[in-house]
Ligand binder design. Structure first.
Ligand code: BTN
Length: 326
């Protein structure tokens, strides 16, 4: 009911009478009053005037299930939504939901993660109210070898989401980081469960630094947030909604070919180190080369000094700029 009241208040941009809300929702005045109070407690600036009703007096960075339910404009991502005020990790929760039978497209969002997971066993700083910590549960029919490309698909979706919601233009540091002015604003962690060489489910976790004003010392030099770039606070729910919408679009293109052929051109245009010299570090050592773009399988093409083009596969490999992170 909270979501419906919120939707009506947002659409009206003026007073909605208590009577109207009761009639529309088929509930008592007390029930409406209670729901409005809950919305206020969540942070919505709602004014109540005795003879006129209720009215939203401004915008707020509220990211609850009612807000997400009203703002999401998707066909399948987030049709089932799990919102946590605080949790260990949205990837862990998405996996639990998957094991319990949750459907393709289930979206898990948290305001705070106390055990956020990064790549390679690292932790992911996820302070309350500062960022978007979310995971999308997928149940694809394609083979496990395709799953790592979902990280690239998600990266493209976040670029579009950030562009649409805040007019910033991040770029992608292959395979899973988004950068603005050379600093990381987003990381993606895709995890998969398989059985008999088939995917049971995939969880694509997305962490976006939105309103952070400071970072832990170990990432202070390389991390940034949307707020730091814009100079003002950003509402998180529109970024989630635009990202979810873009993800659906790109995922559908990807699913048709089960590779990056239909998305490669756009991805290459977003690659921060395209044409630049990079340093590739793998388990055997490191080498330098020029990043050319990706191939249809999502590997990074790196041209070495002798002209040989290496197809770098994501996983236990790190690609850095020659002079630093990008
Ligand atoms: C990385 O760059 O190391 C990947 C970071 C991924 C962080 C996100 S936040 C939402 C989801 N839940 C997690 O525990 N991790 C991912």
């Amino acid at each position: 009911m909270k979501a419906e009241i919120l939707k009506m208040l947002k659409e009206r941009r003026g007073f909605v009478s208590g009577q109207e809300l009761c009639e529309e929702l088929g509930v008592s005045r007390t029930a409406v009053w209670k729901a409005v109070n809950q919305l206020k407690a969540e942070g919505w600036p709602i004014e109540a005037v005795r003879s006129q009703g209720y009215r939203l007096t401004g915008e707020a960075d509220v990211m609850t299930s009612s807000e997400l339910a009203t703002i999401l404009n998707t066909s399948w991502v987030g049709r089932r939504l799990a919102y946590f005020d605080e949790t260990d990790s949205t990837n862990i929760q998405a996996r639990k939901l998957a094991e319990a039978g949750a459907p393709h497209g289930t979206l898990v969002v948290a305001d705070c993660q106390n055990a956020g997971k990064g790549r390679r066993g690292r932790t992911w700083s996820s302070p309350r109210g500062m960022g978007i910590w979310m995971s999308i549960l997928l149940r694809p029919s394609f083979p496990p070898m395709c799953a790592s490309m979902l990280t690239l698909v998600a990266g493209m979706a976040v670029v579009r989401g950030v562009e649409q919601a805040c007019s910033l233009h991040p770029l992608i540091k292959w395979p899973n980081d988004l950068v603005l002015e050379g600093k990381k604003i987003c990381g993606i962690l895709t995890e998969m469960s398989t059985e008999d060489e088939e995917i049971r489910y995939v969880v694509t976790g997305i962490g976006i630094n939105v309103n952070n004003e400071e970072f832990p010392p170990e990432i202070r030099e390389t991390a940034a947030s949307l707020r730091m770039e814009l100079g003002h606070a950003v509402r998180r729910s529109p970024v989630i909604a635009e990202t979810a919408r873009a993800f659906e679009e790109y995922y559908e293109i990807f699913s048709r070919t089960r590779d990056m052929s239909g998305l490669r051109e756009i991805y290459d245009g977003l690659l921060v180190n395209r044409g630049r010299e990079v340093c590739v570090l793998d388990s055997k050592g490191s080498y330098r080369g020029r990043a050319l773009g990706i191939d249809d399988e999502g590997s990074l093409l790196v041209e070495r000094e002798d002209g040989q083009v290496v197809h770098v596969i994501s996983g236990e490999v790190s690609v850095r700029g020659v002079y630093g992170y990008v």
